[in-house]
Write a protein that binds this ligand. Structure first.
Ligand code: SF4
Length: 371
């Protein structure tokens, strides 16, 4: 490892990367000239854990719907979640929305250009603040996302044994390498290099502009960087969901409480099966706890497999009908509930797994008369 690259080596790396970027930066919709702080902020949040190809159409739609901070702050949360539907990690959308309202209230509707104010906004961590400050405001600030971590750890063969020590070493490197006055262009170039050349698997080393200096390439050890902690097995849960029919074509959806996983989204009510519990018993129990009503469980509609960050689920969706009685607000363990028709579902924000239940409903011949 070369913990403190000499100024001469820094200069070589800077010019090689910036020269390469001049011909290789993809024209992405947030790369306007000059860079717009709102677009940079939104794109950086969308790109967390998500590939560029996935983000582009979401971003384009987002800026049509919410072209600036004021428009985002004015929008109802439902519209914001709908625009995010399918992108995952919904806390990001809720935080963008809350942060936009704070920016309007405290910063006159302008994304703040100092680190402290940025870091106080919901959902803005060290990386996002560094990216906004350098790319949108031209500040000499490092930004260390997953792509940059991978590139730097390979080039300098950084093999610290723990995540905090590794991150500290990489943040120091990211700062040491910054070319004065060109940090934004440099950070963008480094992100691009990680996304298109120094990929997690099979990096394209021969045409890489940093091949001349890369320790992992020289040693053939690219796959060892960044070092990974041993992974625990991902837990799996069986989860049930009910499509509760009031009459042919009209079914119940419930809104999740605002905080927590998928907070604020609409869903088919249900929940996780206890050990040894049948799926039907699970569904009856969950609906009683969530909505305060009893249901009769009918045929299975579909089975959906879905992976979240820390666990996987198999979601079993059943047709169901209410036993006499309406859902009781005082018994609710959800934010709200409503009866809707399938065509109305287009305007309601669902999670990816629930969207697949909707797909199954659209395909189902039972939609009109499930009984
Ligand atoms: S030479 Fe290979 S491993 Fe090193 S930075 Fe370039 S692409 Fe990554």
């Amino acid at each position: 490892m070369e913990p403190n690259p000499q100024p001469e080596r820094c200069a070589q790396l800077q010019s090689a990367l910036l020269d390469w970027a001049a011909g290789h930066l993809r024209p992405l919709p947030w790369r306007t000239t000059p860079r717009d702080p709102y677009r940079v902020w939104v794109s950086e949040v969308m790109l967390q854990q998500t590939r560029v190809e996935t983000v582009v159409p979401y971003f384009e739609r987002w800026v049509r719907l919410f072209p600036d901070v004021q428009a985002l702050a004015r929008a109802p949360l439902d519209d914001v979640l709908k625009a995010w539907e399918g992108l995952g990690y919904y806390a990001r959308a809720r935080n963008l929305h809350r942060a936009a309202r704070e920016i309007v209230a405290a910063h006159g509707g302008h994304v703040p250009d100092d680190a402290e104010a940025l870091r106080r906004l919901p959902g803005v961590g060290r990386y996002t603040a560094g990216a906004i400050l350098s790319i949108a405001f031209g500040r000499d600030e490092p930004a260390l996302d997953g792509n940059i971590r991978r590139v730097l750890s390979r080039v300098f063969a950084v093999a610290e044994p723990t995540r905090p020590r590794l991150d500290r070493a990489l943040w120091e490197l990211a700062r040491a390498l910054l070319p004065t006055g060109r940090a934004g262009a440099f950070n963008e170039a480094l992100m691009e290099l990680g996304a298109t050349i120094c990929t997690p698997r099979n990096p394209l080393c021969p045409p890489c502009p940093w091949a001349f200096a890369c320790a992992a390439y020289a040693q053939g050890t690219q796959a060892l960087f960044p070092p990974r902690a041993a992974r625990k097995p991902t837990p799996h849960y069986d989860v049930t969901a009910a499509v509760i029919w009031r009459e042919p074509g009209v079914f119940l959806v419930a809104r999740r409480n605002a905080e927590g996983l998928l907070g604020g989204l609409w869903e088919f009510p249900g929940g996780k099966a206890e050990p040894g519990e049948s799926l039907e018993d699970c569904l009856r129990r969950e609906i009683r706890e969530e909505l305060g009503v009893r249901i009769r469980v009918g045929e299975r509609l579909t089975v959906v497999k879905h992976a979240y960050t820390h666990f996987r689920i198999t979601l079993h969706a059943f047709h169901a009908w209410l036993e006499p009685g309406e859902p009781e607000p005082q018994a609710l363990d959800c934010a709200a509930w409503r009866w809707i028709r399938l065509d109305e579902a287009e305007s309601v924000a669902f999670s990816a797994a629930d969207l697949r239940i909707l797909d199954a409903l659209r395909r189902s011949s039972q939609v009109a008369s499930p009984r």
